[in-house]
Design a binder for this molecule. Structure first.
Ligand SMILES: [Zn+2]
Length: 303
């Protein structure tokens, strides 16, 4: 009896020691990452809709060829060449890279001496990596949707960074899409529902983390009384194009279910997370998603 008891104790002690060592090791890795700060701290997402489309067309067209190139590689290369200043037409560097790839040069050699290539590649991957791939039917193409369901009208302009004064003076870190109360809002990309409920600023809101963890989509000011799709809750997994809620005008109130927004609209935001320390607090990265919303206009989910 004593022997069994003591062996159990030894086993338990050994297990606890192993766990402690693992935890300490993990903590040290986490701390090293945080202290060394070896992750991206800021991203200005500047590719225009026309350039996104130009790069995407090449990606899809070259996908099954002998010289495939991803739109993220094309965009990162162009950003290195143009300093992140994209125009509203086509970008000559995107064409240039594709020609080089077609002439049997490889991307690693081409970009080896480009100082900022890895930065742009990682930054743009964080924004776009869930956008293109194989759908359920095995076809390669665009997998994301506009947040507005098919057949619903909205108006918008680039209001990222505009001044806001409710609560405290701050910048607008998202994109407003004006529309009618009750418009079905769908998930742009699939992922896990990380937040669902009332927020003083956003009113009834849903926050969805992409499956790779690098994007957090924020949908706010949803409808009073019935803001969310039936049965939706935190922790649920949603697919791109799935109904998540309805446009409304809630928010700007510490009291729940209050319409304090003057113009009905969806506030849509995209946050990038390279390190978990950037999710909350003062080091958040929100990108200007006006061009992305314009890009998504073509992809509307039928509800
Ligand atoms: Zn807004």
């Amino acid at each position: 009896m004593f022997r069994i008891y003591s062996m159990k104790r030894i086993a338990a002690a050994a297990l606890s020691a192993v766990l402690t060592i693992c935890c300490v090791a993990l903590l040290q890795v986490e701390r090293a990452k945080t202290v060394s700060g070896d992750y991206i701290k800021w991203v200005d997402f500047t590719p225009t809709t026309s350039v996104l489309r130009q790069a995407l067309d090449i990606d899809i067209q070259s996908h099954d060829s002998d010289t495939p190139v991803s739109w993220i590689e094309l965009l990162a290369y162009a950003a290195c060449k143009n300093g992140g200043k994209f125009t509203s037409g086509k970008d000559k560097y995107i064409t240039q890279l594709y020609e080089r790839i077609q002439n049997a040069e490889d991307i690693q050699t081409i970009t080896a001496d480009m100082k900022y290539y890895n930065y742009y590649y990682e930054a743009y991957s964080a924004v776009l990596s869930g956008y293109v791939g194989y759908n359920d039917d095995g076809e390669y193409g665009v997998l994301v949707y506009s947040p507005f369901a098919a057949g619903y009208y909205y108006s918008h302009y680039d209001d990222f960074g505009a001044s806001r004064s409710y609560g405290y003076k701050r910048k607008h870190l998202g994109h407003d899409m004006m529309g009618s109360v009750g418009t079905p809002i769908v998930a742009v990309e699939g992922g896990r529902i990380e937040a669902l409920g009332w927020n003083q600023y956003g009113g009834w809101r849903v926050g969805i983390r992409s499956n790779d963890g690098r994007r957090y989509y924020y949908y706010a000011h949803l409808r009073k009384n019935k803001p969310f799709a039936e049965g939706l809750k935190e922790g649920d997994t949603v697919k791109a194009g799935q109904l998540i809620g309805y446009l409304g005008m809630t928010g700007y109130s510490s009291k729940e279910n209050v319409n304090n927004i003057n113009t009905p609209h969806l506030h849509f935001g995209i946050q990038l997370i390279f390190d978990e320390s950037q999710k909350d607090g003062v080091n958040q990265i929100w990108i200007d998603c006006y061009q992305i919303i314009c890009f998504l206009e073509k992809y509307r989910a039928k509800i």
